[in-house]
Design a protein around this ligand. Structure first.
Ligand SMILES: *Cc1c(COP(=O)(O)O)cnc(C)c1O
Ligand SMILES: [Zn+2]
Length: 419
């Protein structure tokens, strides 16, 4: 009887990821916890050698983002490692909202159902795998709210310490979500951009040794998680790209990676190469990218945020210039809506589709409505709007409550005019 000699399978820690490459000058680096080019300070991103990837490879995978592991910088056995396993959230055919807005075909990609109720679980899941490989012991981040919760939960699940940094004055639900998993939550007296600057200092200091900041020194890995939104939308449409998509902008990372994801699917022959238009959405109270777009500038002038859409309140968005490029290249645009329109749009989405969005979803839905009204979006084209967070986290933004309070009697019910 022959013994089966099993060759030790060397698991490549980054799967198809082969290097980091500078987005500006193309300089290549080893896969390491670094985020800026030594020559031009441009942002680094993961470069791949995919080989062949088929629809069947993906379709036979688990019902979460790891079905796309062939396209992500993660090991082949990633689905067996302790991770929050986010993704494969519903793509809701939004016929009632479409009818109200005057669109032929509309979908809401509803990412509120991720493990910590925002899209941030996607990006953190990839950063966790990188942190494990690099031997970090503490997970950290600078957060506008949702990221802090996603990092806290993922650290607990995967066995890291955590210490996250948020601007003071965030919504209660976001603070509680960040703290409940047992890590440290530090509020910084200042806005997100102050928090981010502080974290950059901490990374250079002894105090931050052994720390993986998911959106700073692990940013190239983190960013790749957003590509899974693009993959899911295409797969859920039956392996087809949408013709138009409305995406929220905080740092701009998600929008640029959705474009990267669509491009990869085209290059791999997984979808037909057809044009798509990407529209960026910001809140008027923090709209540096939309303002640059309006003025036809290719640089971003930082602003001081003042909006109820706190999850998108980044006054100096790192990926802003790339967002402008993508909006230009695809024939989209970057728009903003004010806080009143955000609240109206949250109510509109809830009333028509039964989806309770956080303020970021109000921003995208509001921008969608504005684009249709102003005739700048094709009402005949297949359109996707993103809802990236759960309305339960921003309860104070909405004005909704009981219709009436009555005594427990039929008489009271009738008298209150409710029958
Ligand atoms: C972080 C976040 C985004 C997008 O952030 P980017 O920095 O642009 O990638 C969108 N929606 C919500 C709810 C978020 O928390
Ligand atoms: Zn460079």
């Amino acid at each position: 009887m022959a013994m089966t000699a099993t060759a030790p399978t060397s698991v490549r820690a980054f799967g198809p990821g082969i290097a980091l490459s500078c987005r500006e000058c193309g300089e290549r680096y080893d896969l390491a916890p670094r985020f800026a080019c030594e020559f031009c300070f441009g942002p680094l991103e993961v470069a791949y050698d995919f080989g062949t990837v088929t629809r069947a490879d993906i379709e036979s995978g688990p019902n979460n983002i790891w079905r796309y592991r062939h396209l992500l910088p993660v090991p082949a056995n990633v689905a067996e490692l302790p991770n929050m396993n986010p993704g494969l959230t519903p793509l809701v055919k939004a016929d009632r909202l479409a009818a109200e807005l005057g669109l032929d075909s509309l979908y809401v990609k509803d990412d509120s159902g991720n493990p910590t109720h925002s899209f941030k679980d996607r990006v953190v899941a990839i950063a966790v795998e990188a942190a494990r490989t690099f031997g970090f012991t503490t997970l950290s981040c600078s957060s506008t709210g949702n990221l802090a919760g996603a990092v806290g939960a993922a650290a607990a699940r995967a066995g890291f310490e955590s210490c996250v940094f948020i601007p003071a004055g965030l919504e209660d639900a976001k603070v509680v979500m960040a703290a409940v998993y047992g890590g440290k939550v530090v509020a910084i007296d200042g806005n997100y951009d102050d928090v981010n600057r502080f974290c950059s200092e901490l990374i250079g200091d002894e105090a931050g040794e052994g720390w993986g900041f998911v959106n700073v020194n692990l940013r190239p890995y983190y960013g790749e998680g957003s590509k899974t939104l693009a993959y899911e939308i295409a797969e859920q449409l039956g392996w087809r790209l949408p013709e138009q998509i409305v995406v929220p902008i905080a740092s701009g990372s998600q929008l640029t990676k959705i474009d990267k994801g669509f491009q990869e699917l085209i290059k791999l022959g997984l979808v037909e190469d057809r044009p798509y238009r990407i529209f960026g959405a910001q809140a008027t109270g923090c709209s540096p990218v939309a303002r640059a777009w309006e003025k036809g500038l290719d640089v971003i002038q930082p602003v001081k945020p003042d909006t109820i859409a706190k999850s998108l309140a980044i006054g100096n968005p790192a990926d802003g210039p790339y967002v402008l490029d993508i909006a230009h290249r695809t024939g989209g645009s970057v728009e903003h809506v004010d806080d009143v329109e955000i609240v109206e749009a949250i109510a509109l989405l809830a009333r028509t589709e039964g989806i309770f969005a956080e303020t970021a979803g109000g921003v995208t839905t509001g921008v969608l409505r504005k684009l249709v009204r102003e005739g700048r979006l094709d009402p005949k084209a297949e359109t996707v709007v993103l809802n990236t967070g759960d309305g339960l986290k921003t309860l104070n933004a909405v004005d909704a409550g009981v219709t009436a309070t009555i005594a427990p009697s039929l008489k009271a019910f009738t008298e209150a005019g409710l029958a």
